[in-house]
Design a protein around this ligand. Structure first.
Ligand code: FPP
Length: 243
């Protein structure tokens, strides 16, 4: 092992995939797979905070997930609700600030109120920011930003990349440095399509419930070995088309 300190990504975003296959391999229900995924999320939040990650974004329920069977959708909504009920005190104690990415207004009202409460109750916490992408879609987020820009009567020539960034659900949050997808799938699946333009991607066959602290450290070690060029040349600043 080298003595070089690990380069820690400021913002890690995760597509938590594979709960269903994890459950199926054990003869369990999909709901039990999502329960195991939720348990794992608790561990990963703690691990990320210990490592020094400042922002952790998790893709938990997409705008497309409404198309899953009704009982699975209801099970996932119930999981978010019980997780807030059972974990909020501990999240507060651990310095976790909760934020929500997605459309709250089309979520069940009682759940939306709980999410708002969890955001309010943790707003003074600064150890790690946990962005929960729930009822979230990357394209829908761009639509949302355009709607807000028009509603704010902003003139076309005033629209800049920074302005669009500021109007996304992630306004004020730095772009992800590292995006992880578990379960061996190689797709973006409508996740942070604007913000991940220059993120490093890490794909692993590990199913989400098994993606533990050691796996997170491995992903961060791989990230640390990558050279990020942001469209420029190695160590320089000449403009080239591909980064
Ligand atoms: C994808 O696996 C996972 C989901 C659609 C749900 C992710 C949700 C959680 C980890 C738990 C809830 C989170 C919170 C914040 C309480 P999949 O079901 O598509 O897996 P498969 O591809 O193997 O079927």
């Amino acid at each position: 092992m080298s003595d070089t300190p690990l380069k820690i990504p400021r913002h890690v975003a995760i597509i938590m995939d594979g709960n269903g296959r994890w459950a199926e391999a054990r003869g369990l229900s999909r709901y039990e797979g999502h329960q195991a995924g939720t348990e794992n999320l608790r561990r990963v939040i703690r691990a990320a905070a210990d490592i020094g990650v400042q922002y952790l974004t998790v893709y938990a329920f997409s705008t497309e997930n409404w198309g899953r069977p009704k009982d699975e959708v209801e099970g996932l909504m119930m999981l978010l609700e019980t997780t807030i009920d059972n974990e909020l005190e501990e999240l507060i104690a651990e310095g976790v600030q909760i934020r929500h990415l997605g459309r709250l207004e089309s979520m069940p009202k009682a759940l939306a109120r709980k999410v708002e409460h969890s955001i309010d109750a943790t707003k003074e916490n600064h150890r790690i920011v946990l962005n929960i992408a729930w009822n979230y879609g990357g394209r829908d987020e761009v639509v949302y930003a355009v709607q807000k820009i028009i509603a704010d009567h902003i003139e076309p020539d005033q629209v800049t990349e920074q302005m669009i960034s500021d109007h996304l659900f992630t306004g004020g949050i730095p772009d992800p440095d590292l995006v992880i997808r578990t379960s061996g799938e190689y797709r973006i699946s409508n996740f942070m399509i604007w913000q991940s333009a220059y993120a490093e991607w890490y794909f692993t066959p590990t199913l989400w419930p098994d993606f533990d602290k050691h796996e997170l450290e491995k992903a961060i070690a791989v990230y640390g070995m990558r050279e990020r060029r942001f469209g420029k040349l190695s160590g320089g600043n000449a403009d080239v088309a591909n980064g």
